[in-house]
Design a binder for this molecule. Structure first.
Ligand code: GAR
Length: 194
């Protein structure tokens, strides 16, 4: 069984989708911790309803990133966390966690990286006028929305309204994240060389 910690800053629809895939038996993993940098994020209530331990923090209460990441690291080690799954965690991960979990921190981003990094990726793609956008799942590094790409899912957005695109991206995320995690955890993942 893989033990995971989910990090999220907001609504937590990806967290919920992962929970459902675990509850149905599709994903063989256990969420042992939810970490949020936003004390009032709806994801916290969703985690509590499922009796999952929550660590929420306010970054301003700490002098450095390393200080709060040390706390998170201690919790992850105590709970024997194997992978950190970022699901809408809008904060860069620092050295402390990157060193403790090399190639074990995975992120989902609502664009075809390296295009449209950062916040509002769906809106950025629409404003730019691209015809195809999508979803990327990648290992993270020290830079925002960068790191080795594991999988991508394209979406043609010609003739779609903003709401339709947002809905379609989220629908892809909710299936594609678990499908990719399952592949990594059950079949292993090797970087493609072609
Ligand atoms: C998701 O669309 C996720 O891809 C995005 O935040 C949203 C969180 O939604 N992540 C990023 O933009 C990371 N740079 P959720 O809280 O409903 O899961």
């Amino acid at each position: 069984m893989i033990n995971i910690a989910v990090f999220a800053s907001g609504t937590g629809s990806n967290f919920e989708a992962i929970c459902k895939h675990i509850e149905s038996g599709y994903l063989k993993a256990k969420i042992k911790l939810v970490v949020s940098d936003c004390m009032y994020a709806p994801v916290i209530e969703k985690a509590k309803q499922r009796n999952i331990e929550v660590f929420s923090f306010h970054s301003k209460d700490y002098q450095t990133k390393s200080e709060y990441e040390k706390k998170i690291k201690e919790k992850c080690i105590a709970l024997e966390i194997d992978y950190i799954v970022l699901a809408g965690y809008m904060r860069m991960i620092g050295e402390e966690l990157l060193t403790a979990y090399p190639r074990k921190i995975i992120n989902i981003h609502p664009s075809l990286l390296p295009s449209f990094k950062g916040k509002g990726a769906i809106e950025q793609a629409l404003d730019y006028g691209v015809k195809v956008t999508g979803v990327t799942i990648h290992f993270i590094d020290q830079n925002m929305d960068e790191g080795e790409i594991i999988a991508q899912y394209p979406l043609n957005i010609e003739h779609k309204s903003k709401d339709e695109v947002i809905q379609a991206i989220h629908a892809i995320e909710h299936e594609f994240y678990s499908k990719t995690l399952k592949k990594i955890w059950e079949d292993g993942y090797e970087k493609s060389t072609n």
